[in-house]
Design a protein around this ligand. Structure first.
Ligand code: IMP
Length: 178
């Protein structure tokens, strides 16, 4: 990778190892019952794909589109559903799969929304967690990596729709817009 603005923070090898561990933990935790991974678009799409293959029991997948960020690096504080789930989650065990928990605004909104649809249980799997930035308390059941307050891209995460396809998670240094 030859972009001077990008510094590898977590390599693809480390990511894959951790995703396999989380998948094994989820397999152990959900021995019975219906299990649905609810991926938050767009950032979680790669994590969902890898996690689903690391879980060794039947699992369904659905996606919800939420936007809480504009084109910059700071939250707008506004959350809106841009694409709803395709199927009912009533009576199902749900794992919300998120790329990164930052302020917690998106997830606390989403938990409220999905709770009203009467699932059997709700947990969160987040690949990354930036606890320093939290504004709303959120209980994360499965965390990949806890990171400092730095803006990261890659493995599904973007900056203004760029960099989602990078295999590694990289810090995007200042100097870019945002
Ligand atoms: P929250 O509502 O502040 O927790 O925001 C969560 C969402 O903000 C994530 O799903 C990401 O889309 C975005 N986000 C937060 N931090 C970063 C980052 O470092 N890089 C890319 N996107 C981020």
């Amino acid at each position: 990778m030859n972009n001077p603005q990008l510094r590898v923070l977590i390599s693809d090898v480390e990511i894959q190892k951790r995703v396999v561990e989380i998948g094994a933990q989820i397999t152990r935790d959900y021995k019975e019952g219906d299990l649905v991974l609810v991926g938050i678009l767009k950032g979680a799409f790669i994590f969902v794909a890898d996690l689903a293959r690391a879980i060794h029991r039947p699992v369904r997948m659905d996606f919800i589109g939420i936007s809480s960020y504009g084109k910059g690096k700071t939250t707008s504080g506004e959350v809106k559903v841009t694409k709803d789930l395709d199927a009912s989650i009533e009576g199902s065990n749900i794992i919300i799969v998120e790329d990164i928990v930052d302020t917690g605004v998106t997830l606390s909104y989403l938990i409220g929304l999905l709770h009203n649809r009467k699932p059997r249980s709700i947990r969160i799997a987040a690949l990354l967690d930036k606890p320093e930035r939290r504004l709303r308390p959120v209980q994360v059941g499965y965390t990949g990596f806890t990171i400092q307050d730095e803006f990261v891209v890659g493995y599904g995460l973007d900056f203004a729709e760029e960099y989602r396809g990078l295999k590694d998670i990289c810090v995007l240094s200042e100097g870019d817009a945002g």
